[in-house]
Design a protein around this ligand. Structure first.
Ligand code: PEP
Ligand code: CO
Length: 441
């Protein structure tokens, strides 16, 4: 199997899977069906999907503040987008289960006390731990159960926050917009951001004046969960039939996706995903061929049903113009129903001269803009975006008005995997995207 992690204790794998089968599901089939119908509407251009969160969640970061901050930035971004695209926004977190990471190499070598040491790579907290010791890096099946439990704790808190209504977060007056003041922002862009914020605040006040119901309807605070469905032991243990509905549901999350490295047509992941009813994402990189993507659509959605498939394209800013059009044209020509999404993060990774993995704000923005242009030209709809971000003040991606430079990266670089946009970069990126989409691309 592609990217299968080598456990050395099959009995422990069986025991973990047995536990997971017995434990209650994390989400329900009616929530999954609701998301399917929302994605179907996004395919028709009636809604816009915002998906975002950490590259890899960690068990250690299952904390109140981190979760609240993630929810807060996603909510704020969605309000800016509602304003820009003039459509309801569907919020999907990369959270409550984003614990499994595919790695380009199965092993990692480091120098420890003058000696080269090779250990299994860190595959995410669902499989092993990040610390560079043999004990930590040994894949441990019991971590699947811990991952499940931490997903449940995260989701429980998210549901409570959403039910309780975190109303003040609606209001731009309370947002941290200090990046507006930064010298690197051109006066015209600063003015535009300020105008957008003022309009947004006015709009929210107006809706509130109409009564709470109107605010609820337009900015309805509903969150869905998603993660990469990498561990088939884990995903299949939470996959079940439910009373009075046909088919199997993966009840570990609402919206699982297949990664760029595991989407081969005859691979185990496609075979597993074929059998579940959830709406699913497929990551599409610059090397994908048009007919290969059409074949994936056929295999994963033979009935060509609405709301089932999202193609999350992650080409890299420099590759969009050359590679995205042929994919879009092939899918369009074959008449396949899909939601087009753009992940402007995974094709834009670079390494600094001192070996730090980063992404540039400008490249991320430019991939988004180039993707909007391709869809506009071909008459298709860019119906969603996928970000790696955090609500914290990290320094992992360079650029943005707040001016994170390469030299700043070490100030607060926390991600164990890929670099994320920080709070201010995420908000600013959303203003730019909103402006682009608001102009009819
Ligand atoms: C990811 O989303 O973290 C990831 C690994 O993406 P991709 O499969 O697109 O490389
Ligand atoms: Co990532």
């Amino acid at each position: 199997m592609q990217h299968a992690v080598a456990y050395d204790d099959p009995a422990a794998v069986d025991a973990a899977v047995k536990d997971l089968r017995r434990l209650p599901p994390l989400v329900t089939s009616w929530e999954i069906e609701r998301l399917r119908s929302l994605i179907a509407e996004a395919q028709e251009g009636k809604r816009f999907v915002l998906q975002g969160g950490d590259c890899a969640e960690t068990l250690a970061d299952c904390r109140s503040e981190t979760i609240t901050n993630k929810l807060k930035i996603l909510l704020q971004m969605s309000l800016v987008l509602v304003h820009g695209v003039k459509k309801p926004v569907v919020r999907i977190g990369r959270f409550a289960g984003q614990y499994a990471k595919p790695r380009s190499s199965a092993t990692e070598t480091r120098e420890v006390n003058g000696q080269k040491v090779t250990l299994p790579s860190y595959f995410g907290d669902l499989f092993n731990s990040a610390e560079f010791t043999a004990a930590a890096r040994r894949p441990d099946p019991a971590l699947m159960v811990r991952g499940y439990k931490h997903s449940a704790l995260t989701l429980n808190f998210i549901r409570s926050l959403v039910d309780g209504g975190f109303a003040d977060l609606h209001h731009p007056e309370y947002w941290d917009l200090s990046f507006f003041a930064h010298a690197s922002l051109s006066p015209s862009l600063r003015e535009e951001y300020q105008r957008m914020t003022a309009n947004l605040a006015d709009g929210l006040r107006f809706m509130e004046a109409l009564g709470e119901k109107a605010v609820d309807d337009l900015t309805r605070v509903e969150f869905f969960t998603s993660h990469e469905g990498l561990s088939l032991d884990y995903e299949s243990a939470q996959t079940r039939t439910v009373p009075r509905r046909a088919g199997h549901y993966n009840l570990s999350t609402h919206f699982p996706w297949i990664g760029e490295r595991t989407r081969s047509l005859d691979g185990a992941h496609v075979e597993f995903f074929r059998g579940i009813r959830n709406p699913i994402g497929i990551k599409i990189g610059p090397k994908a061929a048009g007919d290969e993507v059409v074949a994936l659509c056929e295999r994963l959605n033979p009935g060509n049903e609405s709301g089932r498939l999202a193609l999350i394209c992650r080409m890299g800013a420099a590759n969009v113009a050359a590679n995205l059009p042929r994919i879009v044209e092939s899918v369009q020509k074959a008449g396949k129903k899909v939601l087009w999404m753009c992940d402007p993060m995974h094709g834009n990774q670079t390494t600094t001269s001192t070996g730090i993995k980063t992404r540039s704000f400008d490249a991320i923005c430019s991939e988004l803009e180039a993707s909007c242009d391709v869809h506009k030209k071909l008459g298709t709809v860019l119906g969603g975006v996928h970000f790696e971000l955090t609500g914290e003040d990290v320094t992992e991606c360079v650029g943005g008005a707040a001016g994170v430079t390469e030299a700043d990266l070490s100030t607060n670089y926390v991600s164990l995997c890929d670099p994320r946009l920080n709070y201010q970069q995420s908000l600013e990126m959303t203003f730019l995207l909103s402006r682009k989409l608001g102009r009819g691309n």
